[in-house]
Design a protein around this ligand. Structure first.
Ligand SMILES: [Zn+2]
Ligand SMILES: [Zn+2]
Length: 267
């Protein structure tokens, strides 16, 4: 078994707001992914998870949708008051497309995020890979530290070959399980929105998430986090039930939990 040096704290996950933190438990250094929640939730939930935000070394942005960036300004100002000024890494197209980011560029340090490239932030290696989503640009991440690794992918209609390769042999996999297909198509959303969500540039269904995880199973996989679960088109039991049935069938002991909007979850 690989050592569990990294921790993933999902502060919030879902269309109401997204923010997560990857922590190197040996150094205390950490990296945030997205900032689509209010300052209070970001600060309080980080502290509940035992994260020392003075050790926040970077904020990475997956894409420009507001549920991933709307809290960036208030959180950055809150962090600055505590003396923390982490650089923000976002693809140039995301920086251009996001009004929230454009407003902040004069006051905070934004760096270009190279998708398909590698980055070292403190002791943590970061690899950004392209996802398939209806945003200016979008990506997921793989984090490596020592022999430990976390794969993180939300907001993608399909799993690109690059994404699949990047998620290979991770100890922790946080992958979007957005909707139950039957609930989506029988639900209240207008047809264009249903089509958008189910499209190749929308979101992964429970079935698609489960299929991808089944291809990524290996002996070192310990934790699975079902992410970005829709309030309207999914339920926690449906999302986890689909994944757990596959794990049971293949007799794999990985633990499974859900990222939530209402509270932080750490693995
Ligand atoms: Zn989203
Ligand atoms: Zn999105």
């Amino acid at each position: 078994m690989p050592p569990s040096r990294l921790k993933l704290h999902v502060l919030s996950s879902g269309s109401g707001g997204n923010a997560s933190i990857v922590e190197d438990t040996e150094t205390g250094d950490c990296i945030a992914i997205d900032c689509g929640i209010c300052k209070r939730d970001f600060l309080v939930r980080s502290s509940e998870c035992g994260v020392d935000l003075s050790r926040l070394r970077a904020i990475l942005i997956t894409h420009d949708h507001s549920d991933h960036v709307c809290g960036l300004g208030v959180v950055l100002r809150g962090l600055a008051k505590q003396g923390a000024l982490p650089p923000i890494y976002a693809d140039e197209a995301v920086q251009r497309a996001s009004g929230a980011i454009r407003k902040l560029r004069g006051d905070f340090e934004f760096k270009p995020l190279e998708i398909d490239g590698d980055l070292a932030i403190s002791t943590i290696g970061v690899h950004a890979f392209r996802t398939s989503h209806d945003a200016a640009s979008s990506c997921g991440f793989r984090f490596d530290c020592g022999d430990d690794s976390i794969g993180f992918m939300t907001d993608t209609g399909i799993v690109t070959p690059q994404a699949h390769d990047s998620l290979d042999r991770c100890r922790v996999l946080a992958i979007e399980s957005n909707h139950d297909e039957r609930m989506l198509w029988n639900g209240e959303y207008p047809y264009y929105l249903k089509q958008r969500i189910a499209s190749d540039s929308g979101h992964l269904s429970n079935e698609a998430c489960t299929a991808e995880i089944s291809k990524l199973l290996w002996d070192g996989l310990e934790e699975i986090v079902a992410m970005h679960i829709s309030k309207n088109n999914n339920t926690f039991p449906l999302a986890t039930g689909t994944i757990q049935a596959m794990l049971d069938e293949l007799d794999h002991p990985a633990r499974l939990c859900c990222g939530r909007e209402s509270r932080a979850v750490s693995v």
